[in-house]
Design a protein around this ligand. Sequence first.
Ligand code: MTE
Ligand code: MO
Length: 419
Amino acid sequence: MTDEPATSRRAFLAGTAAAGAGLVATSATAQTPDPLITEVQEWASIFGDPVDATPYGMPIEFESHVVRRNVEWLTESTASSINFTPIHALEGTITPQGCAFERHHSGAISLSKSDYRLMINGLVDKPLVFTFEDLLRFPRQITTAFCECAANGGMEWGGAQLEGCQFTQGMIHNMEYTGVMLRDLLAEAGVQTEGKWVYVEGADASSNGRSIPMEKALDDVMVAFFANGEALRKEHGYPVRLVVPGWEGNMWVKWIRRIGVYDQAVESREETSKYTDLMPDGRARKWTWVMDAKSVITSPSPQAPIRHGAGPLVITGLAWSGNGRITRVDVSTDGGNTWTPARISGDAKSKALTRFHHDINWDGQEMFIMSRAIDETGYVQPTKQALRDIRGLNNVYHNNSIQTWWVRADGEVENVEIA
Ligand SMILES: Nc1nc2c(c(=O)[nH]1)N[C@H]1C(S)=C(S)[C@@H](COP(=O)(O)O)O[C@H]1N2
Ligand SMILES: [Mo]
């Protein structure tokens, strides 16, 4: 599962680091001359690409392994499927749209801005239809939020299965959205007092209709049309999607075409039971919309093994909570016996991915590494066993348990569970 082969240069650096404890660079007066320093390289003797070589820039060819991947056996067709963000190979907190996971129930559709319409109807004073141009005339806001599918980690309930955080935790992305607040559009239509829920649906064949309580709809829900500074990509709902900070990805309706205001949840009217969590006694947890605090070490991890041997090692990962800000992330290198707070790098934004770093001096021995997130409500990310004790094994959704990676002495990393 390793994406990149170890180059000879990296192997050379590895040898040096192992020899002198704590030394992470090569001596500039090394005996063996490094041709990368002593010889004039090709790129220093030619013109590079002209400015118009790529009108829309793509990553350099050396980064071609940083891509979305899917698990073939997961769904019958790729039109109704999911792929995974390469979180093992990303840094910082913002997910580029080009490698942000996708989940479609009936494929990604091409819907132009000129064909776009958004209707608000139901229990409102003035049912309204907005064109894309109309939406651009409402006051705009910016918010950064993670979008996590409730099924993220769903394949791991029974045991450690998939080799890499891309597959075990990668149904998540985190973008900076620009759009208009749903409450402003609802105010324009005038919500009647009996209006307690909004039913949101998309323009795709699946429509992905979901009900959201009015309290949330009037709080921080955004009707978004920009992500990370540019138009939404087709696969994320171009031209307009719903952003529902902290709540499961399924509520984030793409290609949103209608917002119906009702006195109750449409799902309960139709007696359907979408996205419920089946409990051991056969009952199901319903309306589990908020994504509880979670974290994962993204490197080292099965797809990002240690290539450099003992000595200084940067452990890094992501933490997030649908209930607010991450206040602390603890890291364990001994399978959860002892925990040390990691550094939170940059801002810990509410309901957004938060980056942590933990710098250690690795002794070159095997380690069982774990991270545990704590959010501003005081909630502590649970162990897998603690979650299983409550929810059993019938469940698919909302696995926010602590991930363990077994780092072997040779630097390779495996997905494991320890008792
Ligand atoms: N219209 C529409 N909206 C949708 C879906 C869909 O299939 N159709 N899938 C939902 C699910 S289950 C998830 S997890 C998120 C995924 O958003 P993404 O594809 O931008 O990652 O979109 C949600 N919104
Ligand atoms: Mo989802």
